[in-house]
Design a protein around this ligand. Sequence first.
Ligand code: URA
Length: 446
Amino acid sequence: MDSSSFNMIDLILKKREKGALSQQEIEGFISGYTAGTVPDYQASALLMASFLNGMDENEMVHLTRTMLHSGRVLDLHNIPGLKVDKHSTGGVGDKMSIILAPIVASCGVPVPMISGRGLGHTGGTLDKLESIPGFSTQMDIESYRNQLADIGLVMIGQTEDIAPADKKLYALRDVTATVEFIPFIAASILSKKLAEGIDALVLDVKFGSGSFMSDETKARQLAETLADLAERFGKKTVALLTDMDQPLGRGIGNWPEIQESIACLQGEGPDDVMEVTLALAAEMIVLGGKTPTIQQGMKMAQEAVVSGAAWAKFRALVAAQGGSLDAINNPTQRDSAKQTLSILATQAGRISRVDARIIGKMAVALGAGRMKKEDIVDPIAGIWLHVKAGDQVAVGDPLAVLQATSSEPFESVSKRILSAFEFDEDIKKIPSRIKDRYSSGVWVNP
Ligand code: URA
């Protein structure tokens, strides 16, 4: 659209009156906003009108495509094999990228992964990887491509030239109460993922108190929208809907999650983490063309752990990105640097639920996440859960251990954290974390 025929007021008016924007109108808006010729106040009005009046499928496709092409779209076709990535909507104790990427890469599927930082009470893969001393999550695109070709695995942060429109729009959505709108979320996530140069994608869409879309029905809608939209861009996509009402595993915080990931890669991970990790890994292995069935993909993933191949691949990743092998080979050596405080049970009974949102917020308060954008995270800050749903405790038993470089936040966190532990003698069997699987327009209970 030439700029003389582009009128932002007409677009806002059209959306206010529940009209559908054309491809040219969406391109005009996104290119104008990214270039700075459309001001924040008009962009905000359009965002809110869209949020209130909805967007149809075509608008969503145009928005995603335009945001994707606002920056560089990587071409990895010179690297042999089908490239597969996973995207998770994030949760408390969700360290699965760190475990499953080496598993899948060690099964011969190249994994190019561009990840994000912690958001609210949920942690981020980049912050976790950066808690490994020396590990760099920034590299230029040539090095990204070379590392993927060399070891079949690369894990970095978003670069300035990948989907710059999303970076600017996300910041505006954040301050205009327009984040929780499925078409915006889907365009935002996929504009970044599709730019990575992948052939296929596995989605882990979470619901429950520890996720950002806690309502199950809305999470289900998001999974469908993301998967259908990615397929419209020619990427074979599978989505798992998973329960994030309670923290995954026992370690929450950046270094604690690396420690737990190392245990998982060495075959000693907690069941709940391994259940979801292996399910996602199996999907990626199938999409990567290494085996035709999920059962066989699962077997390959398990064997990669048992044989040590996945652990070797993780060490290769850490070495390639400048991380300390000594730190990951001896993960408890940092223990002397930390302050700790045990949280003891003040009542006896059976634990029925550990509220993931409260635990996530407490981990942030200890320094594991950011209250403000510019905050610096404490790599070792976090929480080790000593109990999970189903465990019986007596008064005085440890429920959790807080850890951080400074003990200053301990007093306030220790007062608030007890409310995360719920008790109920009649708790039923703990259900599987994997609720449903969505592929090619169909939901199936796995
Ligand atoms: N994560 C993203 O990348 N974008 C959103 O809009 C929400 C979560």
